[in-house]
Ligand binder design. Sequence first.
Ligand SMILES: NC(=O)C1=CN([C@@H]2O[C@H](COP(=O)(O)OP(=O)(O)OC[C@H]3O[C@@H](n4cnc5c(N)ncnc54)[C@H](O)[C@@H]3O)[C@@H](O)[C@H]2O)C=CC1
Ligand SMILES: CC(C)=CCC[C@@H](C)[C@H]1CC[C@H]2C3=C(CC[C@]12C)[C@@]1(C)CCC(=O)C[C@@H]1CC3
Length: 343
Amino acid sequence: MALQKCTVIGGCGFLGRHLVTMLLERGYQVNVFDIRQSWDNPKVRFFTGNLCKIEDLVPALEGVDVAFHCASPPYTSGDKKLFYNVNYLGTKNVIECCKKARVQRLVLTSSASVVYEGRDILNGTEELPYASKPIDYYTETKILQEKEVRKACQEKPDSDGNILLTVAIRPHGIFGPGDPHMLPTLVEMAKQGKSKFIIGNGKNLVDFTHVSNVVHGHILAAEALKVGSRVCGKAYHITNDEPIYFWTFMTKMLTGLDYPAPHIKIPYLLLYVIAMLLQFLCIILKPLIVIKPTFTPMRVALAGTHHCYSCKKAKKEFNFKPVIPLEEAIDATIKDYKSKHAQ
Ligand SMILES: NC(=O)C1=CN([C@@H]2O[C@H](COP(=O)(O)OP(=O)(O)OC[C@H]3O[C@@H](n4cnc5c(N)ncnc54)[C@H](O)[C@@H]3O)[C@@H](O)[C@H]2O)C=CC1
Ligand SMILES: CC(C)=CCC[C@@H](C)[C@H]1CC[C@H]2C3=C(CC[C@]12C)[C@@]1(C)CCC(=O)C[C@@H]1CC3
């Protein structure tokens, strides 16, 4: 049975906007809730507000069957308080508001990185424990948020007769048209001549996931959320299901955008230690000068280790299958970027 009405919290972001578009194509009525309004569509009702505020959020959830929560401060923000307030306290508020507005299904966009500690993960399953040392504070708050949403799953009606069915989707390395994170970072690095380097031996496997596949996974999970379903309260990896060498992916993107391919190999450990020292220096110098290094320990780890995740569970439990293969997804993303940045 198709769900009728939904609200996309964070619907003005990269993933959120793609989610809204696919939901409309599949016949849903859609509300968007976001702290800013960056686009418009006569078929969508836009609500502007902060998800941390009950009075802002409840009106956007009234009369809705399913809420998708894909809002977050950018992972690069570096603002610990903001991450804690929005990703953790804000998500608790989202749960409270769903209950108040009697929304029965909540789908959270988590992240596969909730299990990653900067060390190799090959074909990682959902059985892996949460990272005890997450790679950054953003990820730490993604863990807190995911735990809250899973814990909030309540299949038995409460004293008011309400239920709340929840599920967490863990995408990895999202890319595609309109991506404000990955491609712009790569292009910036290339323009500064910093994309010539290969960190490690170049043979580390990683999942990069086209945004349409992430969106498709969210909608399938929402449609599978029913009382008694095995999806309730679970977390699922969603990827393109085609792990690729990190440096092959980078080469395809960079050469597709007419930048040279990375070719100078730097030992992983050496660069990791340099990145750590640089980070330490930045902290010491922070009162005097703000420096944003390109090679942070987090980026070096992500660029030099295996981090790929099995999506077997999503395939088995809600028939997930990527809608766009990797090669086609890369070509389409490059084409889109070029059309938007033509001189
Ligand atoms: N980009 C990636 O590679 C990955 C992203 N994710 C997760 O996917 C989700 C979506 O990410 P993107 O679309 O890439 O991010 P984005 O930055 O493009 O979109 C996030 C949206 O949330 C909104 N927002 C932030 N704080 C808010 C608040 N207090 N109240 C209301 N709205 C607020 C922003 O205005 C923005 O429109 C996030 O939860 C992120 O953690 C997970 C794995 C990988
Ligand atoms: C060193 C180098 C060439 C870096 C450029 C690539 C990076 C911009 C991306 C490679 C893997 C990406 C990634 C994320 C952001 C962009 C990358 C670091 C996330 C941290 C985004 C937020 C998440 O939830 C997890 C992602 C993991 C992969």
